[in-house]
Design a protein around this ligand. Structure first.
Ligand code: BG6
Length: 486
């Protein structure tokens, strides 16, 4: 065991999102959100990403909202809404310095465009933030994590409509003002680049002809860039101490071989991924945009002043999720083997192992990622998601033995430390799903990430009681020693 030193004030914690954790989808005045229409994916399909990224249309949305038969686990999540005190007490026991959660936009503005916010929703988050602050845990709050009010999809055509910028800015201003003295770390859009993969999940876009339209998706992303920049401006005006970050689903892509064509392919994959952080961190569209848009038949409209807004209000820091890496090859084999990932498929990397869901495990890739991002942007970085989705067994005595999760996290934390030694400025680390929650891609409960086990199954049956896993005690020790004991 080697002695590791993490920076003073390093924000150790855990991460969640309202749509997968909070539940109570029709309580407290909350309106329906896009996530409430997500039907569970069957176990046979858990390695496919098609379901999650599937284009939605109005008929499917309306059907889901009325459906009495289907299974929609995100509607009940892990019942954080009713159990937040117990959950936060467990985070305090582990020594969390921060806790990442999202505000469900439709709990504040149930239809997305209401004249006044819903007081009951605002009061709920007051209570949650007070509970966190009672233990000295800093809230890290995502404004939009795949949970857009459904009214924005049905009545505005989602984020491709410029009017949605104003709706979002009003929502952001409302919560920045209300929680001025309680929250200082904010993220605007979770995994903003998911827009390029699912217009519905990322931008509440509907595609009536069943085909995703890239122009609509990038138009929606442009509106989110502007909305995020305006929110950053307002956050700083309301409280100069506020720190606002962008959030990217980071996917490092290695060239399959030293063939220069494969290397160029990898650069293009990097452009696709980093386009979003290039805009939000550097405050302007990158040089490769024109060609990338032209070759993909993407056309977007910008209003006068948009470029100024982007340039004047870039984010304060960059956050990202890290689960895996991918491979780029110029000439992929037809019918070649593919492995799953969050939102994209890749040919398997022979040097890596994969989780039960096919996600390839690459701790050194995290060091590579941290170095590349810091070299490129020179702003503080924050790993706001990482972790292993795995099956766990609750033993009769209430214990859960999850050495595989400890191994995974330990290996990643060691590489984080290497990156800090390399000179990377890293603000903190919030592993995903610190308490078990419903999976984003498959809506399964049995894909567990937590330090805390939730007694619930894929159908929503169970006591929902919480149990400490072995990783709970291990992580407590990691935090308690500020990373020295890894
Ligand atoms: C990220 C999302 O992509 O991955 C989370 O921000 C999600 O919402 C996490 O839960 C893990 O993905 P999954 O599909 O295993 O839940």
């Amino acid at each position: 065991m080697s002695e590791k030193v993490f920076p003073q004030g390093f924000l150790w914690g855990g991460a969640t999102a309202a749509n997968q954790f909070e539940g109570a989808w029709n309580e407290g005045g909350r309106g329906p959100a896009t996530s409430d229409t997500a039907v569970a994916v069957s176990p046979e399909d858990r390695k496919k990403i098609e379901e999650f990224a599937a284009p939605m249309n109005r008929e499917k949305v309306l059907f889901a909202l009325e459906d009495q038969e289907g299974l929609y686990p995100k509607r009940w999540g892990s019942d954080f809404y009713h159990r937040y005190k117990e959950d936060i007490a467990l985070y305090a026991e582990m020594g969390f310095k921060t806790f990442r959660l999202s505000i469900a936009w439709s709990r504040i503005f149930p239809n997305g465009d209401d004249a006044e916010p819903n007081e009951e929703g605002l009061a709920f988050y007051d209570a949650v933030f007070d509970e966190l602050l009672k233990y000295g845990i800093e809230p890290l709050v995502t404004l939009s994590h795949y949970e857009t009010p459904i009214g924005i999809a049905l009545n505005y055509d989602g984020w491709k409509n410029r009017k949605v910028i104003d709706l979002f800015v009003k929502y952001a201003e409302t919560v920045f003002t209300r929680y001025k003295d309680k929250v200082k770390y904010w993220l605007t859009f979770n995994e903003i680049n998911v827009m390029g993969i699912s217009g519905y999940v990322g931008g509440a876009l509907l595609f009536e002809d069943g085909k995703q339209n890239l122009s609509d998706m990038y138009q929606a992303a442009h509106h989110q860039f502007v909305a995020s920049a305006l929110a950053t401006k307002i956050a700083h005006e309301i409280n100069p101490e506020n720190k606002v970050g962008m959030m990217l689903a980071r996917m490092e892509s290695y060239a399959a071989t030293t063939n220069p064509l494969d290397v160029m392919e990898a650069i293009q994959a990097e452009h696709e991924n980093l386009f979003f952080s290039d805009v939000q961190v550097r405050g302007k569209y990158p040089a490769y945009t024109n060609r990338m848009f032209k070759e993909n038949n993407i056309e977007i409209q910008m209003a006068d002043g948009d470029e100024d807004i982007l340039a004047t209000y870039p984010v304060d820091f960059m956050s990202f999720s890290y689960y895996m890496t991918a491979i780029s090859r110029h000439n992929p084999a037809e019918n070649g083997e593919y492995t799953a990932g969050n939102f994209s498929l890749s040919e398997p990397n022979p040097y890596l192992e994969a989780s039960d869901w096919g996600w390839q495990i690459d701790p050194v890739g995290l060091r590579v990622t941290l170095n590349k991002l810091y070299d490129r942007y020179q702003v503080p970085l924050f790993i706001v998601e990482n972790g292993l989705g795995a099956f766990d067994t609750l033993e009769e005595d209430g214990s859960i033995h999850d050495p595989y999760r400890i191994d995974y996290l330990q290996a990643h934390i060691q590489q984080m430390h290497e990156a800090i030694e390399d000179g990377v400025e890293l603000m903190g680390y919030t592993p995903w799903g610190c308490t078990d929650l419903v999976s984003a891609s498959t809506s399964e409960m049995s894909k567990r990430y937590g330090f805390v086990y939730v007694d619930a199954d894929d159908q929503g049956n169970g006591s929902y009681d919480r149990y400490r896993k072995d990783s709970f005690f291990w992580y407590k020790d990691v935090i308690g020693s500020n990373g020295a004991n890894i």
